[in-house]
Design a protein around this ligand. Structure first.
Ligand SMILES: *Cc1c(COP(=O)(O)O)cnc(C)c1O
Length: 399
């Protein structure tokens, strides 16, 4: 019996045993610096390059197109700031970026930063299922558009975007296309060729690799100016002594995840659908995100008349680790920008819950959540000033 039920795999995951075993020697015996000329360092270099080739193969890329970073946030920052700097080097000091309203803050806040520096940014709306329309992307293109950045799958509501269609539009108009694929890689098939992407962000800790390591895919012959300057590692594109154990762990975790993708995807989808079927039976409850184009492990809801934070605390007291959608929004009182973007009113968006499943979750976990969540929701509703306990409906519903 585990100490608790972990249902926050979109927030982070446990390191897989395979990844742990693969990376352990690189902390102790194989600690050489890949930049060193002696054999001990060059062995680390060779292992790092093998990991690069493995990671590239998992997303249909070439090894030379993979650049290691400290994670998804750095990869997103680098993609945007790198393209802007590249354009500046070509003499274009202003320009236009197209993105969506439901991106991760690593992307949105970088775009806002560039906006303050004079760049124009179009944040495309999404429909009620959280989908970006490829036609909207095409219509937003201007003569000065330098980059389109649309995430592959959303971290809060699990919606998978029509990335290949958007990539084809970007290609047709000869505009660079970046996708934040942090939630997609290791969870759904990812292919930089089929998707027509020029830049793609990934992060190891979302697919059972270690925290603090990720990568940016950069399609050849595109050469992004570096975000970090220094000793010239990563062909001068990303300085800093390579995180050898991290990269080895990331490659081992990704190979394992991709090998199990189909079987694990089917297993998780079945568990997820049981959660969705069970919890959407509750009155004044709805699924958020796309019921079909959806990450296998992500079930997300809003419960009217419930405060999301209170729900999380009560679930925690019952040993269930869940999220209200975004780890970043937990410090603020505003509801998630994603839930507002899919058109939910503030009052309803406050009652959100994300249960994201992964390797350690079982049928028994789902049963336990199907028992606990309705009890906590009923308890909180009956205490809530916005719940009409006599009528068993939210106070904003008038008949
Ligand atoms: C987690 C996440 C990130 C940030 O990745 P880190 O490696 O934690 O910096 C970026 N985008 C999405 C969609 C994410 O889910």
């Amino acid at each position: 019996m585990s100490r608790f039920i972990y249902a926050d795999h979109a927030g982070t995951t446990a390191l897989s045993q395979t990844a742990l075993a693969a990376m352990t020697p690189y902390f102790t015996e194989q600690y050489g610096n890949p930049s060193s000329l002696y054999r001990f360092g060059q062995e680390a270099k060779a292992d790092l390059e093998r990991a690069r080739a493995d990671i590239a193969a998992c997303i249909g890329a070439k090894p030379e197109e993979i650049f290691f970073t400290s994670g998804g946030t750095e990869a997103d920052n680098w993609a945007l700031k790198g393209v802007v700097e590249l354009m500046a080097l070509k003499g274009k000091t202003t320009g236009h970026i197209i993105t969506s309203a439901i991106e991760h803050h690593a992307l949105l806040h970088t775009a806002q930063h560039l906006e303050k520096q004079g760049y124009a940014v179009t944040c495309l709306p999404v429909d009620e299922l959280g989908r970006v329309s490829p036609a909207d992307v095409e219509a937003a293109i201007r003569p000065d558009t330098v980059l389109i950045s649309i995430m592959a799958a959303n971290n809060e509501i699990g919606t998978i975007q029509p990335v290949a269609e958007i990539g084809a539009i970007a290609r047709k108009h000869k505009i660079l296309f970046h996708t934040d694929a942090v939630q997609a890689v290791g969870h759904i098939p990812v292919d930089v060729e089929a998707w027509n992407v020029d830049l793609l962000s990934l992060s190891a800790h979302k697919f059972q690799g270690p925290k603090g390591v990720g990568a940016l895919y950069v399609r050849r012959p595109l050469r992004l100016p570096p975000l970090l300057h220094g000793g010239g590692q990563e062909k001068g594109r990303r300085s800093g002594t390579e995180n050898v154990p991290g990269v080895i762990g990331m490659a081992a975790a990704l190979k394992e995840a991709v090998a199990q993708l189909e079987a694990e995807g089917a297993r998780l989808s079945a568990l997820r659908d049981r959660l969705i079927d069970g919890l959407t039976r509750l009155p004044y409850t709805r699924l958020t995100g796309d019921p079909e184009n959806r990450l296998p492990g992500t079930a997300s809801f809003v419960f009217e008349g419930v405060e999301g934070e209170a729900l999380l605390l009560h679930l925690d007291a019952r040993g269930i680790c869940a999220s209200s959608g975004s780890a970043c929004s937990s410090a603020s009182l505003d509801p998630s920008h994603v839930l507002l973007a899919i058109g939910l009113p503030h009052a309803i968006a406050h009652g959100s819950l994300r249960l994201s499943l992964g390797a350690d979750n079982t049928d028994a976990d789902v049963n336990a959540m199907l028992a606990a969540v309705p009890e906590v929701v009923a308890y909180l509703r009956n205490m809530s000033p916005v719940w009409d306990a006599a009528e068993q409906k939210p106070t904003w519903v008038v008949e």
